[in-house]
Design a protein around this ligand. Structure first.
Ligand code: SF4
Length: 393
């Protein structure tokens, strides 16, 4: 067993309960690397909030008999909403759904929106967790990514937020072009200096049809190499583990008690309703995704129709998703669950496929659990792909 990768219990707030995700599809400007759904035109913000409230009402029957444990405002940039608009949406959730007494309510926020006034308003609201898109504390990185905030705002908002909020997560991006290892280390140290208990950190990826992809194509930017990216991850992992964080998912590091309940629930295949354009939903049987067009979304909701496409997952799809998400997390994959839920042939298959990775010390079996070693964690996606079931139904 890898002593750095101990089995911990998933956060209890996610146990047997459901989540609500609210997509706020507006951003002040387009970050060069981003392929999420958002509009930089705020003209329809009020109409959008109205439509989101309506979608929550239209879908209330989906969670009859279930308790909502987490509410998550993602985007886009949810912090462009007025605090009253955020509160209005939470009130609507409480009106139509059975919400647990102390739900985790997260707001994704960008530093340029987090003035002292806004932070004080949010502290007084039901929001109890902030996820702040810092990405980097360095001006050159922020400019390269076309972030709406500058380095000073990044530090100032964290100073203010940490005075008023206990449960804060920040996003940091590694593997950026021209980012030296030393600058990456400084980013991590700055985050630790603010006493932040949760860090989500992602490698910069060049997504098709983004400005970044065009810069790379035109030879204006050279992406970091895989080796550089892995080195950044290794430093991140080593540093945060030594500071008392757990790498509970490949991109998520939390101190005990500060894991994201919302995201942990996704990774454990819990049900969630996603409202808003481009939002995804999962009811245990099928996945759904809303139309990713703001005007069409608003128009459809006004006609009492949720503009959603759905796909019923086959056993193989569910198995593949379980392996993919499980191997990315500290909880790994339960062999008995695979056998019970999908059948003994799936368990035989996963163990057979895992063999070479076990020999290479990238995977190991701990009792009933198959999981990645510390070394294997960074390679989890590639390993999972080799464990996928393609032909058996
Ligand atoms: S703020 Fe977030 S959602 Fe908006 S463009 Fe930037 S990365 Fe994308």
């Amino acid at each position: 067993m890898d002593p750095n990768n101990v089995l911990r219990t998933p956060p209890s707030g996610a146990g047997g309960q459901v989540g609500i995700y609210i997509h706020i599809p507006f951003c002040k400007q387009a970050c060069h690397y981003c392929d999420f759904h958002f509009s930089t035109t705020m003209g329809k913000k009020e109409e959008m909030v109205k439509a989101l409230c309506k979608e929550l009402e239209l879908r209330k029957a989906e969670f009859l008999g279930e308790q909502v444990a987490t509410i998550y405002f993602g985007g886009g940039t949810p912090s462009v909403l007025e605090t009253e608009e955020i509160e209005q949406l939470i009130t609507v959730v409480r009106e139509y759904y059975d919400v647990v007494d102390n739900p985790e309510i997260t707001l994704e926020a960008n530093p340029d929106d987090l003035s002292e006034e806004k932070i004080l308003q949010l502290v007084a609201s039901p929001i109890n967790r902030l996820s702040i898109g810092i990405q980097s504390f360095f001006e050159e990185d922020l400019k390269l990514m076309n972030r709406a905030h500058n380095a000073l705002e990044a530090e100032k908002c964290l100073q203010l937020a940490s005075e008023h909020f206990d449960n804060i997560s920040i996003d940091l991006i590694y593997g950026m072009p021209n980012m030296t290892l030393d600058r990456w280390k400084q980013n991590i140290d700055k985050a630790l200096g603010f006493g932040i208990p949760h860090i989500s950190s992602y490698a910069l990826t060049v997504e098709p049809k983004t400005a970044l992809a065009k810069f790379v194509e035109d030879g204006l930017i050279t992406p970091a190499t895989d080796e550089e990216t892995q080195e950044h991850f290794n430093v991140l992992n080593e540093t945060l583990l030594s500071e008392g964080f757990d790498c509970y998912e490949i991109s998520n590091f939390g101190k005990p008690g500060y894991y994201s309940q919302n995201n942990s629930a996704y990774w454990q295949q819990k049900k969630y309703i996603g409202v808003g354009p481009s939002a995804h939903s999962f009811d245990g049987v099928q996945r759904g995704w809303n139309i990713n067009n703001n005007p069409k979304y608003i128009k459809s909701i006004a006609q009492n129709i949720v503009p959603m496409e759905v796909e019923v997952l086959s056993s193989t799809d569910k198995y593949n998703e379980y392996v993919m998400t499980g191997l990315r997390t500290i909880w790994g994959v339960s062999l008995s669950r695979i056998s019970t839920e999908f059948g003994p042939k799936y368990k035989e298959y996963v163990l057979l496929q895992a063999d070479k990775f076990i020999e290479e010390h990238l995977l190991f079996v701990d009792g009933d659990i198959l999981k990645t070693t510390k070394k294997g964690m960074f390679l989890a996606d590639g390993i999972a792909a080799d464990l996928f079931m393609v032909n058996l139904k």
